[in-house]
Design a protein around this ligand. Structure first.
Ligand code: FE2
Ligand code: FE2
Length: 175
């Protein structure tokens, strides 16, 4: 079993993997903006005014994360993926399980929890490249807040079956 710390150790030691991973982070943050925009488009009638504003705020923060990651890439001379796509394996597996606002919030909660493991490992790593660590230290409190608010808005809704399928799709083991 690979922990987030082991996974990160491998990625940071391999410049090619690190570059590809940074490019994927950019795409991932932009994909989150798209997905949340989709949620607000499809399920706006079910969300309270407060919930709508919370999802909108999360969406804006995800766009800001994309900008921060883009800056790291620019400073390192890394170009974003040509024809990058926000099509994500995890979401492809999970989205069929989403039919309403609280299920969308459950899916978002699981996705945030999963990614938080990795973000925490990077933010805590004193040997991480300084530019990357600094950005992830800034991202971490936002993502913790996202997990918290999605957890509230999912109203105890579970998506375990779809989440497990999504995890398998990512070939990701979190401990
Ligand atoms: Fe983010
Ligand atoms: Fe997030």
């Amino acid at each position: 079993m690979r922990t987030s710390a082991q996974w990160w150790k491998e990625v940071k030691a391999d410049p090619q993997r690190l570059t590809a991973w940074l490019q994927r982070q950019y795409v991932g943050e932009m994909a989150a903006v798209n997905l949340l925009s989709e949620v607000l488009t499809r399920y706006a009638s079910e969300a309270t005014e407060g919930e709508w504003h919370t999802v909108h705020k999360v969406m804006c923060q995800e766009a800001t994360h994309a900008r921060w990651i883009k800056k790291v890439m620019d400073d390192r001379g890394i170009k974003p993926e040509p024809n990058g796509s926000s099509d994500r394996r995890y979401w492809k597996e999970v989205l069929p399980g989403v039919t309403n606002f609280s299920e969308a919030m459950a899916a978002a909660f699981h996705a945030e929890s999963m990614r938080l493991e990795r973000i925490r490992a990077i933010a805590a790593d004193e040997d991480a490249p300084a530019d990357i660590r600094a950005v992830f230290q800034k991202i971490l409190p936002h993502e913790e807040w996202h997990e918290e608010v999605f957890n509230k808005m999912r109203k105890n809704r579970e998506l375990t079956k779809y989440h497990d399928k999504g995890l398998r799709a990512l070939n990701l083991v979190l401990t």
